[in-house]
Design a protein around this ligand. Structure first.
Ligand code: G3H
Ligand code: 13P
Ligand code: ZN
Ligand code: NA
Length: 308
């Protein structure tokens, strides 16, 4: 069934694991993810960005997710990723999403609270849960200095005040991750001391880690080997994701790793089989690559397998 994340996060928090939140844009991506979740006996969050809604059209994604539930019988959360204002959150709530993110993190603290609170009031009235964000995800500076950190990373005391005043159900925090395939110039580094502080102050409260792709070298290398050009890509090491899941992090967002896995498989297929022009062949291999990658994440990194 389509579910909210409330119960999933409670169990993930207590069990010290995390639920994967994977971005979906088309049928093959959805099928690859849910086939892996089914095999691993894991719940899963499918998240849709504004860009995904624009690309696939809202009705298609909704129906594809419904089809995935019919096909797998899994508990699935349908979540809006990075909703930028009240209106898109309202649209998704009205469309039957069970979870929305309002990302007002680029506004002032008071405005972020005000916008988030408005979404929370509307969502809760309809049984939908809300994720918000406090702090800003880093750029790719190899060493963010202390004053930059204090300006952009999540402030632990503000996090407590934010959650109390908004009633939001989960909070995305900034501790050094960033979106995309180029997360660090030097050695990867996350501010675990800050995460520990936030976790202890917000005792029992579910946190969310964005920008959590590992940028698996296996797929980057395949892309580059078969005509791609993705030099210097680097993500969050899987050991760090495991560590984050030991704290309050209950939701780990992954998009870039899906993109890389699918692109690697398709590049390889097109190169190795130049006579083929049946899209089912390369898209099917893209789907399998996504399934393999997600199965690996769920089983070896997130720890959510066999928790249904
Ligand atoms: O946070 C961003 C996600 O990777 C979604 O990306 O907005 O290009 O769909 P997108
Ligand atoms: P990645 O770019 O690291 O996959 O992050 C995805 C994300 O945070 C989606 O909200
Ligand atoms: Zn994100
Ligand atoms: Na956790």
């Amino acid at each position: 069934p389509l579910v909210t994340s409330t119960d999933l996060f409670k169990r993930a928090y207590d069990g010290k694991y995390a639920i994967g939140a994977f971005n979906v844009n088309n049928m093959e991506i959805i099928q690859g993810i849910v086939d892996a979740a089914k095999e691993a006996k894991s719940p899963v969050i499918l998240q849709v960005s504004a860009g995904a809604r624009k690309y696939a059209k809202p009705a298609y994604l909704k129906k594809l997710v419904e089809a995935a539930i019919i096909d797998t019988d899994l508990p699935i959360v349908l979540h809006l990723d990075h909703g930028e204002d009240f209106d898109i959150c309202k649209q998704c709530i009205d469309d039957g999403f069970t979870s929305v993110m309002i990302d007002a993190s680029h506004h002032s603290f008071e405005e972020n609270i005000e916008i988030t609170k408005r979404v929370v009031d509307y969502a809760h009235n309809k049984g939908v849960v809300v994720e918000a964000e406090l702090g800003r995800l880093a750029g790719i500076e190899d060493d963010v200095n202390v004053s930059e950190k204090d300006a952009s990373y999540t402030d632990p005391d503000q996090a407590v005040e934010f959650v109390e005043r908004t009633g939001v159900d989960s909070l995305a925090i900034a501790i050094g991750t960033s979106h995309g395939a180029y997360k660090f110039k030097g050695d990867p580094k996350l501010d675990f001391a800050r995460l520990e502080k936030i976790t202890s102050l917000l005792n029992g409260y579910p946190l969310v880690l964005h920008g959590a792709s590992t940028v698996l070298p296996e797929y980057v290398d395949l892309c580059n080997k078969y005509g791609g050009n993705i030099p210097g890509a680097q993500g969050v090491p899987e050991e760090m994701l495991k560590q984050a899941a030991q704290y309050g992090v209950c939701k780990i967002n992954i998009d870039t790793d899906l993109r890389l896995a699918m692109t690697a498989a398709i590049r390889k297929s097109l190169k190795e089989d130049p006579g083929n022009f049946d899209p089912r062949k390369y898209l099917g291999l893209g789907r399998t690559a996504i399934k393999d990658m997600v199965l690996h994440k769920i089983t070896n990194v997130l720890g959510s397998s066999c928790t249904l």
